[in-house]
Write a protein that binds this ligand. Structure first.
Ligand SMILES: [Zn+2]
Length: 402
């Protein structure tokens, strides 16, 4: 679950490219990694302990900026003033051409869209990279503030360690939203004199390309992340309260979407322990477990939205999420085949009812059973038949819920 690169996408165009751009409606695709479970082998692995020699070895491209660059000093001063934290070490900045960037991104794997990346920070090199030709003059300074804020986070909170500490897609989504939300909010607070429209980022609730999950993920990490941070600023004594969240991470995307569930009465996701023996006994032959993950409210919503018919019901249906466990199974004889068993629990039976109403719209490829406030779902690339699905769901219902 390591997101080694914090790439800044076109969402920031809204912030820095002129007063008329005030909503995601004018923003093109996002460039964040997809919100699908992070596949470890496809994600560049940060080095365990960055050493100075290794740092330079990992930097293959771009041009090192003059360390005396006045824009850099101005950016760091703004960040220190806004956050009350001091930079511990200088941050090297590399200037990339778009060609450098597309070379670099070949190493990153799927999920990044080269044209949309304006800059990024790498915790493994403790360095950030700007692509001024993509960002343009008007946006470059905001971008610099954003990326330098990631360096500040890393110097104080150790981003590699934080990403290593989270074990599910849901927890990783929550962490990424905190990290990006903080960097966006520092821009908002630091640049508001220059460009009041920067503040609009946190108000964005949907992308212009509504059927692009990557664009939705960008809205979640940047806009809803900033909204979460604003809630902490207001209710947890300003930036010191926000920085405490890096020591007590939001545990779930649910807490990002409903910040009162982080600060107020804690609403922790249910822990779900499946009865694997019971499930295995009902599995059609040939399937084996590939991974177990928790999707969380946000990815549950994205999953419902992937169905045209259920799209409009997704946000309400996913709200009331209480916990989930997703078991992904594959087969050796058919590499493309997949089977997903989702064990979900809801805050109440009526929340589970509402979720099932959305599932009913998703069509026959999704088979489900409701047991009170639990909903057990089987979906697969292969036709399994109703009876095996029912039996599997009964076995999934034997899970322990805490
Ligand atoms: Zn960022």
């Amino acid at each position: 679950m390591i997101r080694a690169i914090l790439a800044t996408s076109l969402l920031l165009l809204a912030a820095c490219s002129g007063p008329k751009r005030t909503s995601v409606a004018e923003i093109e695709h996002g460039s964040q990694p997809t919100s699908a479970p992070v596949k470890k082998e496809e994600t560049p692995q940060p080095e365990k302990k960055p050493e100075p020699e290794k740092k330079s070895a990992a930097i293959k491209r771009g041009k090192l900026e003059d360390p005396a660059e006045p824009e850099q000093k101005r950016a760091l001063d703004i960040i220190e003033r806004v956050t009350g934290l001091k930079f511990k070490t200088p941050i090297p900045v590399y200037i990339y051409t778009p060609e450098d960037l597309s070379e670099e991104m070949k190493d990153w794997g799927d999920g990044y869209v080269p044209e949309n990346v304006m800059g990024f920070y790498r915790p493994d090199t403790k360095t950030f990279y700007l692509v001024p030709k993509v960002a343009g003059n008007n946006r470059s300074f905001g971008l610099r503030v954003h990326e330098a804020t990631h360096a500040l986070q890393d110097q104080h909170f150790d981003l590699v360690k934080l990403h290593e500490s989270v074990k599910t897609s849901d927890a990783d989504d929550a962490l990424t939203a905190l990290i990006e939300g903080h960097a966006v909010q520092v821009m908002i607070d630091g640049l508001s004199d220059l460009s009041p429209h920067v503040a609009k980022i946190a108000e964005v609730r949907e992308p212009s390309d509504k059927h692009n999950p990557n664009a939705w993920s960008t809205v979640f990490y940047y806009a809803m992340g900033a909204n979460f941070v604003q809630h902490l600023l207001k209710n947890a004594e300003g930036y010191p309260g926000v920085h405490m969240a890096f020591g007590r991470l939001p545990v779930s995307s649910e807490q990002i979407l409903h910040p009162e569930k982080y600060l107020g009465e804690l609403d922790l996701p249910h822990k779900i322990a499946p009865d694997f023996d019971a499930i295995k006994a009902e599995l059609p032959e040939g399937w084996k477990v590939k991974e177990v993950d928790t999707l969380g409210e946000w990815q549950t919503r994205l999953w419902i939205m992937s169905s045209e018919a259920a799209y409009g019901a997704a946000a309400d249906a996913a709200a009331g999420w209480g916990g989930d466990l997703e078991i992904t199974l594959v087969r050796d004889d058919k590499p493309q085949a997949w089977l997903k068993l989702r064990i979900t629990s809801w805050d109440s039976e009526s929340e589970a009812d509402e979720f099932c109403e959305a599932l009913a719209l998703m069509g026959t490829t999704v088979h489900y059973t409701q047991e009170g406030d639990k909903v057990l779902i089987v979906s697969s690339s292969e036709p399994l038949g109703t009876l095996p699905c029912n039996k599997l769901e009964r076995a999934m219902g034997k899970s322990k819920f805490e």
